[in-house]
Design a protein around this ligand. Structure first.
Ligand code: ADP
Ligand code: MG
Length: 420
């Protein structure tokens, strides 16, 4: 477990805290406040401890990438591009000020917006007793995400002057080694996690270290290439690995089945074979689809065609798992004491092909109600669970897509490693 805000005395201290307020925005309006709401308990707790000051920091979007795209577009259209354009573009699109206003309303307290992440020491010193402030987007400075540690340190050193204690509650960026997520810890005395970070670690870590057994991992999604590391990692503790979604077809092809027009990564056939061999050695049951719902084309209005067997005819692509497969899922999932789910087992965005993923969501909910520990991670898997209104029925639904995947892969996350 990590050290948290509860383990240190915050009274009279200056706190500098990293949150993940990287929320979807449209025309300066917050579209989904999940991440803001998820950080509120820790922020409220800190405020109740009467610190001298609380300074919040976050990134919003990916300004460097956005500017590059805009520049390419402008240059293609024959326009010249200047640093001033970049500046205007950054300030137009990724400014945190509207997010800070939204957050202040939810917190019910005044939050001073500081118009830059750097150069704010005097403004912070001038905050009233217990004052709260939030910095402009940390990624407006290239040092934040620099690959050069010394460059990151120049920014981290200055951010560290804003507080005596660093609190990291940004699980969504915990897999990034950035100035405001990790490097800053080198320059403050104490670094601790918030409650969100604590909860993510508490639920996800045991799944890779020491889960209650039997453990079942349900891994789906589009590509083997993006999930191979997580499959390898979960293989260590799992009794069964359910492999579904688009990536299942690479495995089925590796076993010699016909897969029709299904998604396949031919470069990963050998990798798939390796994994199947490893699983056999370890006596881990691999559950691949034994029947399918196919379609002639990849579209929302494609007619669903039942494929009653493992092999898929030439004219069809596998879009969802069939009812016999769901029966096997049921047996495995309801017998499990721990369940990790990452990746939908079908194209759940299309109504005609959402059934298998819906069944998985209901089965995991049922197992959880019966006492199993369940963790759902991954952007699309979380979207699927929300679609079926079952998020509250899971033990834990992770707030971090990339971070939860890397955590499940067994990697050390820089933003967690620095917590004392
Ligand atoms: P997560 O975000 O939960 O980690 P992924 O991004 O790996 O999940 O995969 C999600 C995507 O996989 C979804 O967009 C879904 O439509 C797609 N998918 C699932 N099953 C199939 C399939 N049979 N064929 C093609 N794509 C699929
Ligand atoms: Mg995804």
């Amino acid at each position: 477990m990590i050290k948290t805000v509860k383990d240190v005395d915050l009274k009279g201290k200056r706190i500098v805290m990293r949150v993940d307020f990287n929320v979807p925005m449209k025309d300066g309006v917050v579209q989904d406040d999940t991440r803001i709401m998820a950080a509120l308990p820790t922020i409220k707790y800190i405020v109740e401890q009467n610190p001298r000051s609380l300074v919040l920091m976050s990134h919003l979007g990916d300004p460097k990438k956005d500017v590059k795209k805009a520049q390419e577009k402008a240059e293609k259209a024959g326009k010249t591009w200047t640093d001033a354009d970049a500046e205007k573009f950054i300030n137009g699109k990724n400014r945190l000020e509207p997010v800070v206003k939204y957050f202040a309303e939810k917190l019910g307290k005044e939050v001073k917006f500081l118009p830059d992440a750097l150069g704010q020491k005097a403004a912070i010193d001038a905050l009233p007793e217990g004052g709260i402030a939030m910095l402009e987007n940390t990624r407006f400075h290239k040092e934040e995400t620099s690959k050069d540690a010394a460059e990151r340190d120049t920014m981290a050193k200055e951010l560290a002057t804003y507080g005596d204690i660093f609190v990291n509650d940004a699980f969504g960026t915990a897999h990034r080694d950035h100035a405001s997520t990790a490097s800053i810890a080198k320059f403050v005395k104490t670094s601790v996690g918030g409650f969100l970070m604590e909860k993510e670690v508490k639920y996800i870590e045991p799944m890779v270290t020491n889960p209650a057994k039997p453990m079942v991992a349900i891994i789906g999604g589009a590509k083997v290439s993006s999930k191979i590391a997580v499959l390898e990692s979960l293989l260590k503790n799992a009794s069964a690995l359910i492999i579904g979604g688009g990536m299942a077809y690479t495995f089925l092809k590796a076993q010699g089945h016909t897969i029709g027009k299904s998604l396949v990564e031919d470069d990963f056939i050998d990798t798939a074979k390796d994994l199947l061999n490893k699983a056999a050695e370890k006596k881990v049951r691999i559950v691949l689809p034994v029947d399918h719902v196919g379609a002639e084309g990849f579209s929302a209005d494609a007619a669903p065609v039942a494929v009653d067997g493992m092999d898929i005819p030439d004219n069809l692509m596998g879009m969802d798992v069939g009812p016999k497969t769901v029966e096997i899922y049921k047996k495995e999932i309801l017998a499990a004491k721990s369940i990790v789910w990452n990746g939908p087992v079908g194209v759940f965005e299309f109504e005609n092909f959402a059934k298998g993923t819906g069944e998985v969501a209901h089965l995991v909910a049922e197992a959880t109600a019966n006492g199993a520990m369940s963790v759902v991670g991954g952007g699309d898997s979380v979207a699927a669970v929300n679609k079926f209104n079952l998020a509250s029925k899971m033990s834990h639904v992770s707030t971090g897509g990339g971070a939860s995947l890397e955590f499940l892969e067994g990697k050390t996350l820089p933003g967690i490693a620095i917590l004392g």
